[in-house]
Design a protein around this ligand. Structure first.
Ligand code: ATP
Ligand code: MG
Ligand code: FE
Length: 356
């Protein structure tokens, strides 16, 4: 079974062909991603109008490229899956309309996919992780701890009440003049810094809940920078190191709680429980090292898909479509619409299935 996947919810235009065999194992046939990083870098963040235009310009070529790489035509596909939310509306429309047009013209089933479901199911493609598992999603737009019970069955255990973690990295970098995207720049600077010199807060640490808050941390970074102004290169490195440590500490506190809850609820049965990391921030070495150690201590398998599949891509969208089909979900109708907000938990399946 072969699906074309289309992703265009933020600043990456992507098209991919993924196959699934009879046992539910996947194979990536083609995987194309065009990042708009350079278009947005000068503005220090993603500009929606620029993103929308870039998706329109890139989409057809990427889809054609993916088919060419797979050496197949539209007629050889078993279905088309496109992200319908959450994200920036302009890009979502481009991707969803392209997917529907192909599905209509080639008479193939169309699946509208929740972008977060794509992130959530990727570890099943790369590592065959069995349900249920725990997922930490840390990206530019999301920070969530999600119990993944099955295809279309998600329980959100915690999320950020303000900034996403990637956003906190990006804002910290901007504040310190390190450029965009901020995550890699902050990590690089932090490697040269002393994490103990400046003390930053650990928002909500010790509280008996699984939510996050990062906007106070960002304010503390600003105040530290102002107190030291004019900042030297060493000051910047020290602030970055302190920021990264505060973030890692906070995540560790929250994830430890989530792992304990997963165990206490006996969710894994006889299987080894697993924590899956997804999203661009999962590229961070300090965070990865912390999660590796914490999972080893708590008896969890730690699964982090390769970086290319952690950040936005179309492989995960094609895969989510294949998983939905295998799980027995009906395809969506042509009338299914895009949405900027699209929570994964609760009635995600009902929302997605509105074309039935
Ligand atoms: P979403 O998936 O929520 O729609 P997005 O597409 O912006 O958002 P990703 O592409 O998954 O998210 O990740 C981008 C984010 O990851 C940026 O905020 C970036 O700063 C951050 N990031 C990338 N590399 C690192 C790193 N090494 N350390 C910390 N953060 C990083
Ligand atoms: Mg991105
Ligand atoms: Fe994403």
């Amino acid at each position: 079974t072969r699906f074309l996947g289309i992703e265009s919810s933020c600043d990456e235009t992507a098209a991919a062909i993924v196959a699934m065999d009879g046992d539910g194992r996947g194979e990536i046939i083609a995987d194309l991603v065009l990042s708009q990083l350079e278009e947005h870098a000068a503005f220090g963040g993603v500009v929606p109008e620029i993103a929308a235009r870039a998706h329109v310009e890139a989409m057809d070529g990427l889809i054609a490229g993916a088919l060419q790489e797979a050496e197949i035509g539209f007629g050889d596909l078993d279905g088309i899956a496109a992200t319908i939310g959450p994200g920036l509306i302009g890009g979502l429309i481009t991707g969803a309309m392209s997917g529907k047009a192909i599905a209509y013209a080639a008479d193939k089933p169309f699946y509208g996919i929740n972008h977060l479901e794509g992130h959530a199911l990727t570890a099943r493609l790369t590592d065959g992780v069995a349900f249920p598992f725990l997922m930490l999603l840390v990206s530019g737009g999301h920070t969530q701890i999600v119990l993944v019970k099955g295809v279309g069955e998600y329980e959100r255990w915690g999320s950020t009440i303000d900034d996403a973690l990637g956003e906190a990295f990006d804002k910290t970098a901007k504040l310190l003049g390190l450029g965009y995207p901020g995550g890699p720049a902050v990590e690089r600077a932090a490697a040269e810094g002393d994490p103990k010199r400046i003390r930053l807060p650990r928002p909500m640490k010790g509280e008996d809940r699984l939510d996050f808050s990062f906007s106070g941390l960002k304010t503390a970074v600003r105040q530290s920078a102002q107190a030291l102004a004019p900042v030297s290169e060493q000051d910047i490195a020290d602030i970055c190191a302190a920021f990264q440590l505060a973030v890692t500490d906070t995540l560790e506190d929250r994830i430890a709680r989530a792992l304990q809850r997963f165990r206490a609820e006996g969710l894994a049965g006889d299987n080894q429980p697993a924590l899956v990391a997804a999203g661009g921030v999962a590229a961070n070495g300090a965070i990865r090292a912390m999660l590796t150690g914490l999972c080893a201590k708590e008896g969890f398998a730690f699964v982090a898909p390769p970086l290319r599949l952690c950040t936005d891509n179309a492989v995960m969208i094609a895969w989510a479509g294949l998983e939905r089909r295998r799980a027995g979900f009906d395809p969506d109708g042509m009338e299914i619409s895009v949405r900027s907000r699209f929570p994964l938990d609760g009635n995600a399946a009902a929302l997605i299935g509105s074309g039935r």
